[in-house]
Design a protein around this ligand. Structure first.
Ligand code: FPP
Length: 266
């Protein structure tokens, strides 16, 4: 008998995703928004149309996460490797970020969302940096949810940058190498004041981290959705959170130790 295994877990068991446990919502969800190109190709459209359609999913995901009470959402919008894509695609994406930031800012603020960006801004065109800074400045006071755009972002690049910063402090005699702790390292990252993601969602059935938040995803639960990013729906989002809630997060402990700790806390 052929056994069909769905490694995503999304075809079986997630049908009662209407009943999310409000006490076990992830605080931070990170998304790898994959499948825009394939979505466009399936429809005989240029890849850029897939990115345009993907921008609508960005709006839906931001607003739905806010409604669900998620406090931090990080979107992998453009990786350091994406600079190697064809020039016209890179240009179209930069234009899309610029338009999104200008068109959505009022709506983000009305929803109590603070926008931030992480990544290497030096490589971005000035008009994108300006719209990012304007959005960060105007939304700074909002505390309903933080929407973090990873643009021109690479996990290895972030780690090297942090190592350099600490190395410079050692060279200046402010710090001994043996005094460097995990906390100190974490506070040298772009995400120094953002808690690590609890859940990583990647769309389009791909099982890769792709140089995203390499340090911060150490204990994240990973859910892979079969949906391509432009077709990823509010229901798909709920399914991903539902699957997250079925997982036991052990952080290196045993199930028994976790149960004992829960009993102690009650
Ligand atoms: C990966 O899909 C997606 C990207 C490299 C770009 C993501 C950008 C958006 C969703 C546009 C809107 C974003 C914001 C923040 C307004 P892919 O092109 O690699 O898809 P493929 O694997 O099917 O080719």
């Amino acid at each position: 008998m052929a056994i069909s295994i769905d490694p995503t877990g999304l075809t079986a068991g997630a049908s009662d995703s209407g009943t999310l446990d409000p006490t076990r919502m992830p605080r931070h969800i990170a998304f790898i928004m994959d499948g825009n190109g394939r979505w466009a190709k399936q429809r005989g459209m240029p890849r850029v149309e897939g990115h345009r359609a993907g921008a609508k999913t960005v709006r839906m995901v931001a607003e739905e996460c806010r409604r669900l009470g998620i406090k931090y959402v990080t979107l992998y919008a453009f990786s350091s490797e994406n600079w190697n894509r064809p020039e016209h695609e890179v240009g179209a994406l930069m234009g899309l970020f610029h338009r999104y930031l200008n068109a959505e800012l009022d709506r983000l603020c009305d929803n109590g969302i603070r926008l931030r960006a992480i990544g290497d801004r030096n490589r971005l065109p000035s008009y994108v940096v300006e719209s990012l800074e304007r959005a960060e400045e105007r939304s700074r006071g909002h505390s309903g949810m933080q929407l973090i755009l990873a643009v021109s972002y690479g996990g290895r690049d972030e780690l090297v940058t942090a190592a350099r910063r600490l190395g410079e402090r050692v060279a200046r005699g402010e710090l001994y190498p043996q005094d460097i702790t995990e906390e100190m390292f974490a506070s040298s990252l772009f995400t120094h004041d953002i808690p690590d993601p609890d859940l990583l969602v990647r769309t389009s059935s791909e099982f890769r981290i792709s140089n995203f938040l390499l340090w911060q995803l150490a204990y994240a639960e990973i859910v892979v959705s079969g949906a391509l990013w432009p077709e990823f729906s509010a229901e798909n989002l709920r399914e991903c959170i539902y699957l997250y809630q079925q997982r036991e997060r052990r952080f290196g402990l045993t199930s028994e130790q976790l149960a004992e700790a829960e009993e102690r806390d009650e």
